[in-house]
Design a protein around this ligand. Sequence first.
Ligand SMILES: NC(=O)c1ccc[n+]([C@@H]2O[C@H](COP(=O)([O-])OP(=O)(O)OC[C@H]3O[C@@H](n4cnc5c(N)ncnc54)[C@H](O)[C@@H]3O)[C@@H](O)[C@H]2O)c1
Ligand SMILES: O=C(O)C[C@H](O)C(=O)O
Length: 353
Amino acid sequence: MEQTNQRIAKISAHLYPSNSQMEESFGVRRANCRAKGGAPGFKVAILGAAGGIGQPLAMLMKINPLVSVLHLYDVVNSPGVTADISHMDTGAVVRGFLGQAQLENALTGMDLVIIPAGVPRKPGMTRDDLFNINAGIVRTLCEGIAKSCPGAVVNLISNPVNSTVPIAAEVLKKAGTYDPKRLLGVTMLDVVRANTFVAEVLGLDPRDVDVPVVGGHAGVTILPLLSQVKPPSAFTPDEVEYLTNRIQNGGTEVVEAKAGAGSATLSMAYAAVKFADACLRGLRGDAGVVECAFVASEVTELPFFASKVRLGRNGAEEVFQLGPLNEYERVGLEKAKKELAASIQKGISFVRK
Ligand SMILES: NC(=O)c1ccc[n+]([C@@H]2O[C@H](COP(=O)([O-])OP(=O)(O)OC[C@H]3O[C@@H](n4cnc5c(N)ncnc54)[C@H](O)[C@@H]3O)[C@@H](O)[C@H]2O)c1
Ligand SMILES: O=C(O)C[C@H](O)C(=O)O
């Protein structure tokens, strides 16, 4: 039996050699290869890269021509995801990092850090029910960012975004590295959904529709401004009610359909890449890059609020006012602000206590 096992191990080592075995048997060391990955572009890290969002996000970022180096960090399974994605014949050089001990190396030198680390919802839960676990994860990761890449732009996806962004801000403030322009909560999925649902009602191609979604990223804090849809469009009161409701509950629609197997991952990865690409174009110096994000804001009396921002070399360089709202939206705004104020305060208190 022992002999048989040894034979199987020998055969399988031959058929499926590890990188080091492969290097040994062919006399080629990857570290000495000519390709060093020095192509121009940005260095991007994904924290939580082995998760439901992390994996498709990593794949899509590997395709992005603005990315020269892609660091994939997780507390589990990142070596496998890295090996897999690193075989794609696109420009970005991929490196994997596993566990807290490798966080510093994962982050050093990064221009953009995207964070989808944390637990997702199950049916019956609110995003706030994730606070107890995800708050601590976000705090640890942001401490790492403050130490290893304090100048990076951060795209924060982990829920509840309405609280995790204030947590991140407090951690970075404590470390003395907070730049409000560089910390962006990702609300792009709300815009992606709004564009899709509005296009369906209007009979348009979603690519031709632009719906500003402001406020935050949970229930009534998600406030689509249907009066500002492009192209300019009129909606019946029933359509406004249906669309607002569907956009606000898009996340729950997916959580219920997945029936315990998590929340939106594929549409989220798409939205995250759309947003990250906008951030990278901004960092490159492209003019007129505007997207919605949850950022430090003076648009309302709240310290954080989602609205359109102009992305530039320093992150969110300009935060736009909401523009004229109709009566329905004004009522929605008051409801949104009430819930948002409590979620923001909860995040701040978590770090200050
Ligand atoms: N902002 C949005 O619009 C939006 C949309 C969808 C999901 N989300 C949120 O994104 C988060 C992730 O969702 P998912 O479906 O990918 O979950 P998932 O459980 O599939 O993946 C999460 C990953 O994070 C990793 N992780 C856990 N602790 C970590 C740590 N300390 N450091 C690094 N990685 C760690 C896990 O190992 C896992 O691989 C959830 O909080 C979810 O609610 C936000
Ligand atoms: O709904 C969730 O829990 C995940 C995410 O915030 C979403 O909007 O899909």
